[in-house]
Design a protein around this ligand. Structure first.
Ligand SMILES: C[S@@+](CC[C@H](N)C(=O)[O-])C[C@H]1O[C@@H](n2cnc3c(N)ncnc32)[C@H](O)[C@@H]1O
Length: 248
């Protein structure tokens, strides 16, 4: 049932988190190392959003799409989730989550050409789906107007509307999705000690962002805009999330 991480022979020899972290450090794999060091903030961000939206995770099935180091899964478990799943295409993240005992799947979820869908067929019956900064919605917007992006999406079989519909199909009655889009890279670095945040990824014109192609599709699929949750939203880096609640 669980994904086997087979294309890095060293992973087979690793059976604890400390050794995986050591390997990432030896390889200077800063993508992993940086996320691993942001644990406290990521935990607060998840907890704040869940509490603010009154989402009850007790006895529930949880899925994170694009979890990174997956601090959301740890907090969801602490909040009572009985089953925690994740999908990501980075083997280091998946290996980490498997070591922590979660149901983690290695897959590129923007391609459906060679698979029956975007998400692993084993994933379904979920009560709460969380996805933060894990789908580039600048690319989604470009896919609507730019021929190069459109062709890339065609080759992968990516269509944002279908992606959303498939995500909704994994939900149990009464379930919910909280989707925070990933934004584009800018030239100037944004520093905000209050969030805390140092990033090149943020939105300049939030009003246009909220009215853009990807947002229209989410609204058409009955998502509503979520703003101003402390330490979850950020006025520029994470200005708007999208919430969907399935009928009970
Ligand atoms: C910017 S990180 C966000 C991580 C985490 N959600 C957080 O808030 O810290 C993006 C995550 O999505 C994953 N990801 C991005 N595009 C993906 C794709 N097409 N298929 C699978 N995973 C993807 C990356 O590997 C990474 O774990």
């Amino acid at each position: 049932m669980f994904t086997k991480i087979s294309y890095d022979p060293l992973f087979k020899l690793i059976n604890n988190e400390a050794d995986l972290v050591k390997l990432a450090k030896e390889r200077n794999f800063n993508y992993f190392n940086n996320y691993y060091s942001e644990r406290d903030h990521k935990r607060v961000s998840f907890r704040n959003a869940i509490s603010h939206l009154n989402i009850n995770l007790r006895g529930k099935v949880f899925l994170d799409i694009g979890p990174g180091t997956g601090d959301s899964l740890d907090v969801a478990k602490e909040m009572g989730a009985v089953r925690c799943m994740a999908v990501d295409m980075e083997p280091f993240f998946i290996k980490l989550l498997l070591l922590r005992g979660y149901q983690a799947y290695l897959k590129n979820y923007t391609t459906s050409r060679l698979t029956s869908g975007f998400f692993p067929a084993e994933v379904g019956g979920v009560d709460f789906i969380w996805s933060k900064g894990a789908l580039n919605c600048v690319d989604v917007n470009n896919g609507a107007k730019n021929i190069v992006r459109k062709s890339k999406d065609y080759i992968k079989g990516f269509d944002f509307n279908k992606w959303i519909i498939e995500m909704k199909s994994m939900l149990n009655p009464g379930g919910a999705i909280l989707f925070m889009p990933a934004v584009g890279r800018r030239k100037e670095k944004l520093i905000d000690k209050k969030y805390p945040l140092t990033t090149y990824y943020y939105v300049d014109d939030v009003e246009s962002w909220d009215r853009s192609f990807f947002s229209e599709i989410l609204i058409r699929n009955e998502f509503s805009l979520i703003k101003d949750i402390s330490k979850y939203n950020h006025p520029k880096a994470f200005p708007t999330a999208f919430l969907y609640r399935n009928e009970a």
